[in-house]
Ligand binder design. Structure first.
Ligand SMILES: *[C@@H]1O[C@H](CO)[C@@H](O)[C@H](O)[C@H]1NC(C)=O
Ligand SMILES: *[C@@H]1O[C@H](CO)[C@@H](O)[C@H](O)[C@H]1NC(C)=O
Ligand SMILES: *[C@@H]1O[C@H](CO)[C@@H](O)[C@H](O)[C@H]1NC(C)=O
Ligand SMILES: *[C@@H]1O[C@H](CO)[C@@H](O)[C@H](O)[C@H]1NC(C)=O
Ligand SMILES: *[C@@H]1O[C@H](CO)[C@@H](O)[C@H](O)[C@H]1NC(C)=O
Length: 611
């Protein structure tokens, strides 16, 4: 399959549709098939890609650096059809002898493009609730008010595409979807793939089941159109994905709603996405198939075009530059753009800068751990559907991935899982929270829990990861990149807290709670001071927010809010702002102590009476 729905795939969708007698399966597919019929431009590269993804117009405008943020231009709506715009552009360049001034380029853009953000209208979710019940479980009044505030922010982050996007999609870089979405916020005014996992969980805790389901249905339809889910909802993201969490979104939805039929009906699509990763993203290491991040386009990232051209200027040949662009885009696919995690220096370390990016040569722990999880969940859904053979098939796929994770990633010496460097054929012993990702997705042998717990806790202790007042940093390398020290990212704190909790030993659960409490309190402190939820935070400062990287720190913010809503639900009964970050005596304990005291008093009195 091509990245964009191929001619061969289109009839096969209709074929599936005809075959499909299971009534409910048709819901998603029918909507999608309407979309497909309306939008045949998707059949090859969208024609808008000539403007927004690559080509001379993009180059001219982006290299003029008209806007502070390169993403601004590629989000602007066309005033005329793309073909007309290209003709005008060619005439414009000819007239200006192929070297227009900055002012002339600005003028061209002003006459041919609208301001960004024209594709959406603000949208208040129909299913938004003033008082979801998670609020009742929060004892501390300030935390409860904060929970209510966060619940209110969903209304600000809701976006619905205007009808014109569906009628005239070629005027927009946005990928049309049927249902409104909750976006991350800030410069991210469209949906993003992995962000949506934590957003959807937050929506589920906020009892916004229709909005959550709509977002998942959008993704299902996108897999049918593109063969996988692009990084975000723009055509210029359409050749790279992000950590594959669609199946986990469906699983979360089903956990909350018990609507297993939703998952069963989505199975074909979930399998399709899983197979895409297993067929199109794997390499062989030590005789095992393992997945890596990569990208299928050429050229710089359209949304960070001049930045990429500049960082490629250290390379002399076009071929080297092209490789560099691929490493940048693979880094973007990982979600961790950028980080020393993806640097391989000539001397085999993680030293260097963006020119040392070797994302495609590093086998990432979490990607394989997530794929294991996907196979397990697909097996579970097949089991619910009564399809034992398919369930067994996916259990087998999961077992194979687990074997690969143990062979390629588990590192007995370090006592944890590590990324693998294919160039130097060695593990990369550098801290990233994703080194613990198998704990989050269950990608380890449960019989080894005690042993793994001891070694992982020792690893955490050796690296002093518990010593940071603002949360666990993403790496220990200080490069100025945004996924490096001292930045702390909500999805990674979530992975650590949930992973340690899943591990199940007393010690791991204890640390999980300590880090969970700390995260809630530190985010609250930042909120109290600024009335803002940030995209990332600062490990070194309790209540501090993050910075660095290619753009200003963003506010909003979808995944931050999702994680806190979940943690408030989880800890709200016991956590108060006055108690220390270390779990102390909880209300439950006080209750049990009181009961014990009463019983023992009663016992004593009874004993005396019997005397
Ligand atoms: C996946 O790989 C296959 C086989 O190499 C290729 O035909 C197909 O286009 C790829 N799919 C996507 C969505 O890139
Ligand atoms: C690798 O190279 C970097 C940059 O030159 C240097 O700072 C570092 O010490 C080197 N490390 C090793 C182990 O050689
Ligand atoms: C990145 O590293 C390369 C190789 O060491 C060096 O030539 C280049 O100047 C560095 N770039 C920046 C922006 O520091
Ligand atoms: C875990 O231990 C149980 C009981 O000893 C055993 O039956 C099972 O096969 C073990 N599982 C794995 C994956 O090793
Ligand atoms: C839990 O953690 C606290 C400090 O964080 C420690 O004092 C206590 O001993 C731990 N309890 C267990 C059972 O590990």
């Amino acid at each position: 399959m091509k990245t964009v729905l191929s001619k061969r795939f289109f009839p096969s969708v209709l074929f599936i549709l005809n075959l499909c007698v299971r009534s409910t399966l048709t819901r998603t597919i029918a909507t999608t098939s309407n979309l497909i019929q309306k939008r045949l431009y998707d059949d090859t590269d969208p024609v808008t890609c000539q403007i927004y993804c690559y080509g001379p117009l993009l180059h001219t405008v982006q290299m003029a650096r008209l806007y502070k943020d390169s993403k601004t231009f590629v989000d602007m709506k066309l005033k005329n059809r793309p073909e007309e715009t290209m003709e005008d552009y060619n005439a414009f360049m000819a007239k200006r002898n192929n070297s227009p001034t900055e002012a002339e380029i600005r003028d061209f853009v002003d006459t041919h493009f609208e301001e960004r953000g024209k594709e959406f209208e603000p949208w208040i979710p129909d299913d938004w609730k003033e008082h979801p019940s998670f609020l009742d479980a929060i004892n501390d009044p300030d935390l409860r008010q904060w929970g209510a505030d966060l619940n209110g922010i969903w209304k600000e982050l809701g976006r619905k595409m205007i009808d014109d996007v569906h009628k005239n999609p070629e005027f927009y870089s946005i990928i049309p979807v049927d249902h409104p979405v909750i976006v991350p916020g800030g410069r991210f005014i469209e949906f993003y793939y992995w962000d949506s996992y934590w957003i959807i969980r937050g929506l589920l805790y906020s009892e916004m089941f229709d909005t959550a389901r709509g977002m998942i249905e959008n993704f299902l339809s996108i897999v049918q159109r593109f063969g996988f889910i692009p990084n975000g909802g723009r055509v210029y993201y359409s050749k790279r994905s992000q950590p594959p969490l669609l199946t986990a979104m469906v699983h979360a939805y089903v956990e909350f709603t018990k609507d297993y039929s939703f998952a069963i009906d989505a199975l074909d699509i979930l399998e399709h996405e899983f197979e895409y990763w297993m067929n199109n993203h794997t390499v062989q290491v030590k005789g095992y198939d393992v997945a890596i991040y990569k990208d299928a386009s050429t050229g710089p990232r359209p949304e960070s075009y001049s930045e990429d051209v500049i960082s490629s200027s250290d390379f002399s040949t076009d071929e080297e530059k092209e490789h560099h662009y691929s490493e940048l885009k693979a880094g973007a696919e990982s979600g961790m753009d950028f980080s020393a995690r993806w640097f391989i220096h000539e001397n085999g370390t993680n030293d260097g800068n963006l020119t040392n990016l070797k994302t495609r040569s590093i086998v990432p722990v979490e990607l394989n751990a997530i794929l294991y999880w996907n196979a397990k969940m697909i097996a579970e859904f097949h089991d619910k559907a009564g399809n034992k053979a398919k369930s067994a098939e996916y259990e087998l796929k999961a077992a194979k991935i687990l074997e690969a994770i143990q062979a390629v990633h588990w590192n007995e010496e370090a006592g944890v899982w590590l990324d693998y460097d294919m160039i130097n054929q060695k593990p990369r012993n550098y801290f990233v929270p994703t080194n613990l990702a198998p704990l989050w997705t269950g990608a380890y042998n449960r019989n080894d829990s005690e042993k793994i717990s001891a070694s992982v806790l020792k690893y955490i202790d050796d690296l002093k990861l518990d010593s940071y007042p603002g949360g666990v940093p993403n790496t220990l390398a200080q490069t100025g990149e945004q996924w490096d020290f001292p930045n702390v990212w909500p999805p990674m704190q979530y992975l650590l807290v949930v992973g340690l909790d899943n591990l199940g030993t007393v010690e791991a659960k204890n640390l999980s709670k300590k880090w969970g409490y700390r995260w809630v309190k530190s985010n609250f402190e930042a909120y109290k001071q600024t009335q803002t939820m940030f995209e990332k935070y600062d490990a070194l400062r309790f209540g501090g927010h993050g910075g660095g990287g290619e753009y200003e720190v963003q506010k909003g913010f979808g995944w931050s809010n999702g994680v806190i809503v979940e943690f408030l639900t989880k800890y709200g009964g016991e956590l108060s702002l006055s108690n220390s970050a270390v779990p102390t005596v909880s209300k439950n304990t006080i209750f049990s102590l009181t009961v014990a005291l009463v019983i023992s008093l009663f016992g004593t009195l009874l004993g005396q009476a019997l005397w």
